[in-house]
Design a binder for this molecule. Structure first.
Ligand code: KIV
Length: 264
């Protein structure tokens, strides 16, 4: 069994080993991922791949707590991060109350908050109250409706400078690490070089301190759409469909169960 990561060990990794983060939404898959991943993120992406909603915006705090609890149960030796859903951290008061609720009802190690410089005072308030916070800059999926789509960041100088400034502000507010999503590889590198905390990339090139992928994407299970940055390490959907087809066929033909799967 691997040793559980801590904020100290994760921060010490910067510049010496690449960090691996993966999402999980339940105990079963979390237990399978815990051996190889340094961190498990209970992402609000679960609203899409688990609940079938078109975006992450309707995820609720109760939903996030339910899934985070399951992940902590399945992977007690993993460093687990709970994504704060849209609307749950709009004021200092709500953010602290909701973060405390996450820690009361789960064994999560940290929370993640989307947003740039404008979130820095709020993140400072949380970190000063003993809440470990991971930031999330660049493309922030919770802004999909206000921005009118998922827009890659860093193609204009204005964008580029703003995301670097966002990262610096979040670091100064006390975040222990950052996700940078949907940016050009140059911007991924610039953010990683600008801050001294670990930067975990998703669609941000290869020069960040680590990578994160959504589990159902990397296992090839989510068929609704496939972002460019996703690498499928398993043809999951095809394998699952084939297995269920075989099961259905054997039931229909009376070939399952045999004596081997029958009580004597
Ligand atoms: O919700 C999620 O899964 C995330 C990752 C894509 C970083 O925020």
């Amino acid at each position: 069994m691997r040793k559980k990561e801590t904020i100290t060990s994760l921060q010490a990794a910067k510049g010496s080993r690449k960090l691996v983060m993966i999402t999980a939404y339940d105990a079963l898959f979390a237990s399978l991922f815990s051996e190889s991943a340094d961190m498990i993120l209970v992402g609000d992406s679960l609203n899409m791949s688990f609940l079938g909603e078109p975006d992450t915006l309707s995820a609720t705090l109760d939903q996030m707590i339910y899934h985070t609890r399951a992940v902590c149960n399945g992977a007690p030796e993993s460093f687990v991060i709970c994504d704060m859903p849209f609307g749950s951290v709009n004021t200092h008061h709500d953010a602290l109350a909701n973060a405390v609720e996450v820690f009361r009802r789960t064994r999560a190690d940290a929370i993640k908050i989307e947003g740039g410089k404008e979130r820095a005072p709020l993140i400072k308030h949380l970190t000063q109250n003993a809440i470990a916070v991971m930031g999330h800059v660049g493309l922030t999926p919770q802004s999909v409706r206000s921005e009118g789509g998922y827009k890659v960041k860093g193609r204009s100088k204005e964008d580029f400078d703003r995301v670097v400034e966002d990262a610096l502000s979040i670091e100064a507010a006390g975040a222990f690490a950052l996700v940078v999503e949907g940016v050009t590889p140059e911007l991924g590198r610039a953010v990683t070089e600008a801050v001294s905390i670990p930067v975990i990339g998703i669609g941000a090139g290869s020069e960040t301190d680590g990578q994160v992928l959504v589990w159902s994407d990397m296992l090839g299970l989510f068929e609704a759409f496939k972002p460019k940055f996703v690498k499928e390490y398993l043809q999951g959907a095809a394998l699952v469909k084939e297995a269920v087809k075989n099961y259905a066929q054997e039931v229909q033909e009376g070939k399952f169960p045999t004596e081997e799967h029958t009580y004597q």
